[in-house]
Design a protein around this ligand. Sequence first.
Ligand SMILES: [Zn+2]
Length: 256
Amino acid sequence: MEHSKLTQYTTNDSGSSGESGSALNGHFDDIIKRPDALTRTVSAVPALAAESGSRSTDGREDRTRSAEDSEKSLPSLAAAYTSILRGLGEDPQRQGLLKTPWRAATAMQFFTKGYQEKIADILNDAIFDEDHDELVIVKDIDMFSMCEHHLVPIFGKVHIGYLPNKRVLGLSKLARIVEIYSRRLQVQERLTKQIAVAITEALQPTGVGVIIEATHMCMVMRGVQKMNSTTVTSTMLGVFREDPKTRDEFLRLVRN
Ligand SMILES: [Zn+2]
């Protein structure tokens, strides 16, 4: 069995280029096609922390769907799944499929329930003043997301570290931030960045590092069909980007 490991680093997103401007912000399929891109280190990128005033372009703070919206759209979503079944050559009326459109619609809403939540909602009462100035690391946070190009799962682990600057976040909230952004249609690069920026904006820490190691089912089940391939993305902000010692300590603690 083939083992391959893509290492890629999220790159300059300082401008307003959105998610499609950079080559690395595209889908990993694009990266595989270019052997020179398999391992790429990008350095000297302006720290996002310094420019948190410029909101990202994907409206990530917006709750784009309410619980009420989900309820209202369920019938049309289910009808769409009935069309999909027909389009696949199936008979939506056969017994085993009778309830499938509703089940699939409900499941898809669950897979994307992050749209119903806002980061601000979970930060209430979870930020504490604390004179702690050592690295805080939470690793192996389970992550389940959906590839926005193929609507199939992306799953893996998220590792988060930050160096507090007088404020810390309740540890369980880091996993909640991961949940809010991963339960949407995503590309791994954007997910990584969104988590890092959310922590930066909430805590104004000295630095933040986020690493995601994930398996993309669109890569495992189709296309190149590399069973054991893992895509690794990282975003380093503030001192994690500027100070190799801090970054190395973070990477070492995450690996152990
Ligand atoms: Zn995909």
